[in-house]
Design a binder for this molecule. Structure first.
Ligand code: ZN
Length: 275
């Protein structure tokens, strides 16, 4: 362990509620960080000065007032004016998602929404400041979209005949009790899933919901590292260990309770296999 990460938690603007900022301060302390909280209604200039005086590693801004679009960039500007533009600034509070790209463009490193956990925030700051913690890169692309069908022979015709896409291959995946057909589209694929047994999760899915989109698969480079990272931030997994999927890939599913009810598969292809 190196020296403790120092964080300035600041509330620019006029809103008079700081419960959120206090909760965040405590959560970061629980993660072993030193937190300096500025208190309410600080001006961007005061925040920048406090950050420099306190020699912090990162500034966390919280705003509920709706003035984040002017105040957050102003804090960055004041830091830059004083030669402290290298102190990263992250933001949170009540920030509409449509404002996030603007804030990132203005130099805010990352914006956390009301759906973000303090765990995610703490891990992010840890990785940002301590170069020894290795970051897990985001998934590379959508590997495929899985679609449950009663019969591949029947279901395929829309893709191949009507759309003119090409069937790439069909194989059985024993662990899931399914037959799988891959249909290539550009850089990614549709994966038609036909149940082979009564116990197959796809059989149960079709019985319950009917045919249709079953899951979205994300391609990752290091599935074990990704699973560990998700576990660390409290995201529930259906499979904590990767298992063998189609094309000799390693796959694992994330619990839909953590994803807004979309079933996500993570998959890693063997090196030199799929691109
Ligand atoms: Zn899949």
């Amino acid at each position: 362990m190196g020296k403790k990460i120092r964080v300035l938690v600041a509330k620019p603007g006029l809103d008079g509620h700081d419960r959120g900022a206090l909760v965040i301060s405590q959560a970061l302390r629980d993660h072993g960080m030193e937190v300096i909280y500025t208190g309410l209604r600080q001006s961007p200039l005061q925040i920048a000065q406090a950050a420099i005086q306190e020699d912090v590693d990162v500034v966390g801004l919280s705003s509920l007032s709706g003035a984040h679009k002017t105040l957050f960039p102003k804090v960055i500007e004041e830091l830059e004016k004083r030669g402290a533009g290298d102190i990263p600034v992250v933001g949170g509070g009540v920030i509409p998602s449509e404002d996030i790209p603007f804030l990132l463009e203005k130099g805010v490193k990352r914006v956390f929404t009301s759906g973000s956990s303090t765990e995610v925030l703490a891990n992010y700051i840890q990785e940002l400041i301590d170069p020894q913690t290795e970051q897990v890169p985001p998934p590379k692309k959508i590997a495929h979209i899985g679609i449950a069908v009663n019969s591949i022979d029947q279901g395929m015709s829309f893709y191949t005949d009507s759309l003119g896409l090409q069937l790439e291959g069909v194989e059985e995946v024993e662990s899931e009790g399914v037959k799988v057909a891959f249909i290539k589209i550009g850089d990614t694929r549709f994966e038609l899933l036909e149940p082979l047994t009564e116990e197959s999760p796809i059989r149960k899915f079709i019985d319950k919901k009917g045919e249709g989109i079953h899951h979205i698969a994300l391609e990752v480079d290091d599935i074990q590292a990704r699973l560990q990272q998700l576990k660390d931030i409290g995201v529930p997994l259906i499979n904590e260990e990767a298992k063998l999927g189609a094309h000799n890939s390693q796959v694992s599913f994330i619990h839909p309770n953590a994803t807004g009810k979309v079933l996500f598969e993570l998959c890693q292809y063997p090196k030199g296999g799929e691109a």
